[in-house]
Design a protein. Structure first.
Length: 161
């Protein structure tokens, strides 16, 4: 398995299917990291839809979404469930950013956050507009996650460069 990319190195590019539920309508599309060039991106890898810690994490990021988008950032949630599961999860909790399906765990492997037999490590990566990894938080157990304010502070630091 690949190692977790180091801060200051290019973030591995990928394209995944995903869904954004807005105003009750689900829009399915392919999401490519390379298409985000020119603006920062927050990748929030989470183990599973409709689980207690993941629900708390993604709901907190939805609540803090204005602080991310106000700094020009795109936010994507990424997990191994399929797009149908993501759509139901997004509708149930009014999640306001795209959820991407890494069903084959290919992107999880690229980012070096896979766990044998257990999916992935809860992780957040902040990538600048040039595609360079600028901050990461990778958990060992996955019961904690960085707060929206912590991620927003990292994005603000990018904006002040």
């Amino acid at each position: 398995m690949a190692k977790t990319p180091e801060v200051g190195m290019p973030a591995p590019d990928f394209t995944l299917p995903g869904v954004l539920v807005a105003d009750g309508e689900a829009v399915r599309a392919d999401y490519a990291l390379s298409a985000q060039r020119g603006r920062p991106a927050v990748l929030a890898f989470y183990p599973g839809d409709n689980t207690s810690v993941c629900t708390k994490q993604l709901c907190s990021y939805t609540s803090g979404l204005d602080s991310f988008t106000g700094l020009g950032a795109t936010v994507w949630g990424i997990s191994p469930q399929d797009v149908d599961s993501h759509e139901g999860f997004a509708r149930k909790y009014d999640l306001a950013f795209p959820l991407l399906a890494d069903v084959e765990l290919a992107v999880t492997r690229q980012y070096g956050i896979g766990l044998a037999g257990a999916g992935l490590r809860r992780s957040v990566f902040v990538i600048d507009g040039e595609g360079i990894l600028r901050w990461k938080h990778v958990t060992l157990v996955g019961l904690t996650f960085p707060k929206a304010e912590t991620i927003a502070a990292q994005l603000a630091a990018l904006a002040s460069r």
